[in-house]
Structures are given as structure tokens and as C-alpha cells.
Design a protein around this ligand. Structure first.
Ligand code: SAM
Length: 276
């Protein structure tokens, strides 16, 4: 198997007359070592059905095909989705392991097989909603590694009482343990982005409640962080019909009503939601 280097990426882009789209976050990796490293960190095995979002020209896809039982790649850009099986046939030893789905990842509801591991260099402008959507709709996804903008990576992996902690961190924590998994140099991308990227790893764990509780918890989280500087009793007042009522709910949940959302972990948000 030969992975894609700078020359192959340039060649493929030229053949497709591809002008990378900013709005689709098209920055392609042209470094085989980075692709193999990501797959190694994700601990892909021959039992895994690996899901990739935004395979682009196939840099990571080829590295995934070396290890997984099956690879499902979801790409929104039909030119790239059409080219990918051709690239796999040329470079991979087992191209038949690849299934390409030409779709917007945000609208995914199901896939040809149940994915077990996620590996993706996510398009920067939808990285958080795509990540949360996948955790929600594919309970079989047990772990994974995604590459995102450094700032987004820090937010996803943040813990309470840090300035990066916010909606993405606490919502992701409903589904999984999320942690930083290293930095990636800008020089491995074509075109080179203006921001740094980082890797984020996740491991799923049992959720703290059912879907009814999750929806309630997520609404509380949205309100708690809508105005970060507000104390919880006032941030949640619209939900409970006034700040005195909100204070009662918070006290009953064992939470100091003068705290701000940034002080609460996912379990504390669940305690509030369970008050009804
Ligand atoms: N994985 C490739 C790599 O590492 O070289 C490309 C990564 S590039 C950062 C993001 C890819 O996601 C592009 O191929 C883009 O067309 C695709 N994309 C953008 N928005 C998408 C969406 N909503 N659903 C699926 N793919 C999307």
C-alpha cells in the first residue's frame, strides 16, 4: 500500500481541477506519517468498522484501509466521493473494504454497517456539530480520534472551571471521555490553513441517563452557557419561571445557585435536570 504524499495530492487535485473549497474546510493532508500515526492512536483493529467523515482525496482513508475490517467514508463533495474508490483501487491492497457515502454528515441517520471507530480530519466549520451528531446516532462507535482546529480541540477536551470549558465540552462528556491526543503541524496540509490543528481522542462510556433526560440536560446546558457570566439562578430563570424558582431547583439538586455554568460537570447538570 502506498499512501498519498505531496506529489500525489497535487496530481489528484490537478486531474480533478479541484480548487479547494474554504466553506467545506478542504485542507488535505499530504503526510503519510501523520496519517499512520492517527490510525495508530485510534488503535484500529481488523475487527473494526471504521467511519471516516470527509475523506477528501483519501490520505487518511488509505491508512485506515491498512488496518480496519471495513472503512465507510462519508463525503459531501460528489467529485471527491466519485474519485475515492478509484484512488483506493490504485493505491490500496484491499480496496473492496471501502464504502463511500456521498452525503452531508450532519444529515446521516444510518450507514451500510454499524461503525465501531471514528477517524476523521473534520471540516473546521462543522466539526463540533458533526462530532456530537455522530456520538448521538451511532451508539456502536466506541472510540476514535478526530483532527480539529486547536481551539476546538481544547474546548472539546476542557474540564470544568477552565476558560475553554463550554457547551461542546459538557455535551461531549454526556457520551464519552474526551482528551487531547497531540498537535499537528500546519505544514502537513494543502492548502496550509491559518490556524493550528490538534488531535482529540474519545472513548465512549455509558451515558448518565436516557434520551428524555439528555434532551432536558442539553437545554439546561444551552441556557447555562448562553450568558457565561450569569449565575445559574438567573441563567436558568426562564426555564423555571423566575430566579427564585430556579434557585429552589438548584438547591434541591445540591448545587450552589450563585455558581456559573462553567463550574458544573455533566453529572451536576444531570442532577438539575432530574429535579423535573
Ligand atoms: N480527510 C481528508 C484529509 O485529511 O486530507 C480531507 C479533510 S478536509 C479537512 C474535510 C473534508 O470534509 C473535505 O473533503 C470536505 O469536502 C468534507 N466535508 C465538508 N463538510 C462535510 C460534511 N458536512 N459532510 C461530509 N463531508 C464534509
Amino acid at each position: 500500500m502506498t499512501l498519498l504524499g505531496a506529489a500525489e495530492i497535487r496530481e489528484l487535485a490537478a486531474a480533478l481541477e479541484l480548487k479547494p473549497s474554504k466553506s467545506l474546510g478542504q485542507n488535505f493532508v499530504h503526510d503519510a506519517n501523520t496519517c499512520r500515526k492517527i490510525v495508530r492512536i485510534a488503535e484500529l483493529t481488523t475487527d473494526d468498522v471504521a467511519l471516516e467523515i470527509g475523506p477528501g482525496l483519501g490520505s487518511l482513508t488509505l491508512a485506515m484501509l491498512e488496518e480496519a475490517r471495513e472503512v465507510i467514508a462519508v463525503e459531501i463533495d460528489s467529485r471527491l466521493a466519485t474519485q475515492l474508490p478509484i484512488t483506493a483501487a490504485k493505491h490500496a491492497d484491499t480496496p473492496e473494504k471501502l464504502t463511500v457515502v456521498n452525503q452531508d454528515a450532519l444529515t446521516l441517520k444510518d450507514l451500510p454497517a454499524e461503525p465501531t471507530v471514528l477517524i476523521a480530519n473534520l471540516p473546521y466549520n462543522v466539526s463540533v456539530p458533526v462530532f456530537l451528531h455522530l456520538l448521538e446516532i451511532f451508539p456502536t462507535l466506541r472510540s476514535g480520534v478526530v483532527m480539529v482546529q486547536a481551539e476546538v480541540a481544547d474546548r472539546l477536551a476542557a474540564k470544568p472551571n477552565s476558560k475553554e470549558y463550554g457547551i461542546p465540552s459538557v455535551k461531549a462528556a454526556w457520551w464519552a471521555d474526551v482528551a487531547g491526543a497531540g498537535s499537528v503541524s500546519r505544514s502537513i496540509f494543502w492548502p496550509q490553513p491559518n490556524v493550528d490543528s490538534k488531535l482529540v481522542g474519545f472513548k465512549r462510556r455509558p451515558t448518565p441517563g436516557d434520551e428524555i433526560l439528555r434532551k432536558k440536560v442539553f437545554s439546561i446546558i444551552d441556557l447555562a452557557f448562553a450568558q457565561r457570566r450569569k449565575m445559574l439562578r438567573s441563567a436558568l430563570s426562564s426555564m423555571y419561571g423566575g430566579s427564585a424558582a430556579a434557585e429552589e431547583v438548584l438547591t434541591a439538586a445540591g448545587i450552589d445557585p450563585t455558581l456559573r455554568g462553567e463550574a458544573l460537570d455533566i453529572h451536576a447538570f444531570c442532577a438539575i435536570a432530574k429535579q423535573g
